[in-house]
Write a protein that binds this ligand. Structure first.
Ligand code: SF4
Ligand code: SF4
Length: 432
């Protein structure tokens, strides 16, 4: 597909599929908040179709609507007609970007710096991570926060500063060897994607993932200089950049050389499994993209597929609840496996979270660009977490982890927020 065509050049059957039944409406967080048809999946699809039919020009109102959508894909789970909202959503945002209706010097500068520069080469992102880590480790951040100087900033900047994640003392390349041999008999050879922001903020989860994989008979290949998967770009209308990154990923991890390509981030996995959609028109990459899509596995999915080694039965008692990342449950339909993994840990009591599959408001960079709606969703999530009485929340996506950590901290809640894989790695270590 050419970069100058989006909604108009989509296969019309995708746009036509919506039969306006409205069954998706109660599952849509933005419609639930406003009860305005335009803010629902059905309303958004009608707008997209009007543009594809040339009945409407992309306008500021259209673009704002596409960015008010969380992209949580709850509507896809609810839809009986199988509407591919994920595909529509990405093309609609690309259409909005291409039309330029949102352009402003400030926005263009931010997008150029982040999407077109910082996240196109992870060495740059790591450098930014080193600088931020130094700022935090030297205590400058604490000093700045205590000094009251931040009160001079506008409210929105103060809120953003409070959301700054804690940078890990070591990144994945310091913690994980490029090749980690399987413990015992080697049954599989897998690649592990370290992620972009995940590597700076949750490199410990990457280390735990490798540990769990090698204990389950996998040799793990984790090269040092990896690239971003491109989900951030695809979800923010940068279709061509997403294609460039997909090609780089395939070059770095030729899918015919691995039994599986593992991701531990729900949001990335949902995008990584659709490279063929991105590269279907590329004669060089088309076939390998197809194979790539088959080889990409979420960590929970892969472990359940190969049969998980049970940890020994000497674990401490813990009560855990599970929040479902939207792109893990709605995007990838991985619902049972994380729960099965948690239940495999002896003495872990899993308490179901009410509305576990309702978005927490993180949604990529949604909590940065749509703070009001994101905050409402975070508070709703925290209220449900509190109702379970669990002291640990497990979730399989870095964005959700951060969103819940920040909301719990704001509320002064004593809550441990972890990736399920960390709990499993700890359980294995407990048995050593
Ligand atoms: S992706 Fe989420 S927010 Fe957007 S229309 Fe679907 S359910 Fe609503
Ligand atoms: S459930 Fe599916 S078919 Fe029905 S209105 Fe929503 S998107 Fe359209």
């Amino acid at each position: 597909m050419s970069s100058t065509e989006h909604l108009k050049s989509l296969d019309y059957s995708v746009l036509q599929q919506c039969m306006h039944c409205g069954l998706c409406l109660p599952t849509c967080p933005t419609y639930d908040a406003t009860k305005v048809e335009r803010n629902s999946p059905r309303g958004r699809i009608a707008l997209m179709r009007a543009i594809a039919d040339d009945r409407l020009e992309p306008s500021r109102a259209f673009a704002d609507e596409m960015y008010f959508c969380l992209g949580c894909l709850a509507c896809m789970t609810a839809c009986p007609a199988g509407v591919n909202y994920a595909e529509l959503f990405e093309h609609a945002r690309a259409e909005a970007e291409q039309s330029g209706v949102l352009a402003s010097p400030r926005r263009n500068l931010i997008r150029s710096f982040t999407l077109r520069w910082l996240f196109m080469d992870l060495r740059r992102l790591q450098l930014a991570g080193y600088a931020l880590r130094l700022y935090q480790q030297l205590g400058i951040q604490t000093l700045v926060r205590r000094s009251g100087i931040l009160n001079l900033l506008p409210k929105r900047l103060r809120e953003l500063e409070a959301m700054t994640p804690e940078i890990q003392p070591s990144f994945s390349s310091d913690l994980i060897a490029p090749v980690t041999p399987a413990i015992g008999v080697k049954k599989y050879r897998v690649a592990m994607l370290a992620g972009c922001a995940q590597d700076l903020i949750f490199s410990d989860i990457n280390r735990d993932t490798v540990e769990v994989l090698v204990r389950n008979g996998c040799e793990v290949v984790t090269p040092r200089d990896q690239v971003c998967c491109g989900s951030l770009h695809a979800h923010n209308g940068e279709w061509e950049l997403a294609q460039q990154l997909a090609r780089k990923q395939i070059d770095q991890f030729p899918p015919d050389q691995f039994d599986a390509i593992i991701t531990n981030a729900g949001g990335c996995g949902s995008h990584l499994k659709h490279y063929h959609k991105l590269l279907g028109d590329d004669p060089v990459y088309r076939e390998s993209a197809k194979l790539w899509d088959q080889k990409v596995k979420d960590i929970h999915e892969w472990l359940m597929e190969i049969g998980l080694q049970s940890p020994v039965d000497n674990q401490p008692l813990q009560t855990v609840t599970y929040h479902e990342s939207c792109h893990l449950c709605h995007g990838q339909k991985i619902v049972l496996q994380p729960r099965q993994l948690l239940r495999a840990i002896p003495n872990l009591k899993l308490v179901e979270l009410p509305e576990s599959a309702w978005c927490c408001g993180s949604a990529g960079i949604y909590n940065i660009v749509q703070p009001k709606m994101a905050n409402e969703l975070a508070l709703r999530k925290i209220k449900h977490i509190e109702s379970t009485g669990a002291s640990v929340v497990a979730t399989g996506n870095p964005g959700c982890l951060l969103q819940i950590i920040n909301s719990a901290t704001q509320k002064g809640l004593k809550l441990r927020v972890v990736h399920p894989i960390t709990l499993l790695a700890e359980a294995y270590q407990q048995g050593d």
